[in-house]
Design a protein around this ligand. Sequence first.
Ligand code: AP5
Length: 235
Amino acid sequence: MSLNVVIMGPPGAGKGTQAERFAREHGIPNVSTGDILREAVTAGTALGRQVKALMDRGELVGDDLIIGIAKDRLVRPDALRGFVLDGFPRTVVQAKALDEMLTKRGPVIVVEIQVPDEELVRRVRGRRICSKCGRTVSAFAGDGAAIETCTHCGGELIARSDDSEAVVRDRLKGYWRETQPMITFYHQRPTYRAVDGAQPPERVRDALGAAVASALGKPASELSQSVAAKRESKA
Ligand code: AP5
């Protein structure tokens, strides 16, 4: 059975941080619709030119467009064993389209990362992307001191064009208006779980692993054993 996981939550909840790690640990692709769109904008493709202004304002791109992108990505061979979706679906229309895409591909496990709004604004204002290695990092060290260059490779750190405080607050309003109904849509499913995202990333990772295991009806230790086995087989 394929491992189909959707990680959802408001801007800055840590979806990207957790999705990247979970996907790597389970040997499945991390499909981030935000990253796909940002790459198109950077490359200056027709898609990028179409969505740039909307993204800069923090608005959602149209359902048809994003559903087409997700559909194309999820039929690629590497996604047939499973995937982590970060940023899709975001509306009830998209969630229903995902159900159709996954017919005969097993259930979808939906994990919502919950974080209070003020913490989200603080995180997003401090988010930086390394221009060299692409990692997402915080602009502030644990003691609050500003970080000028990437702590992993020394590359220049840049802010996302939609991470200003005003745009983040608009994105949050949009999230509660447009995405909350989708949470209601998933809420009653036996494979829906919520985790507390207002804790250190390592704790969120453990909570996410436990949530996925419980949705699969497995003990958390079983999922972590399969992660350890995958790590060893790669070593
Ligand atoms: P997208 O890229 O999906 O943005 P988002 O949902 O707003 O989420 P973010 O990337 O802002 O946050 P995140 O939850 O991934 O947090 P992160 O891990 O980076 O979408 C961007 C745009 O694309 C949308 O506005 C829309 O225009 C368009 N789009 C994309 N998908 C679409 C769709 N399906 N439909 C329509 N339009 C779509 O973490 C944030 C910061 O916090 C980082 O600095 C990180 O280091 C830090 N951090 C992470 N975890 C923790 C923790 N536990 N404690 C402290 N700090 C933490």
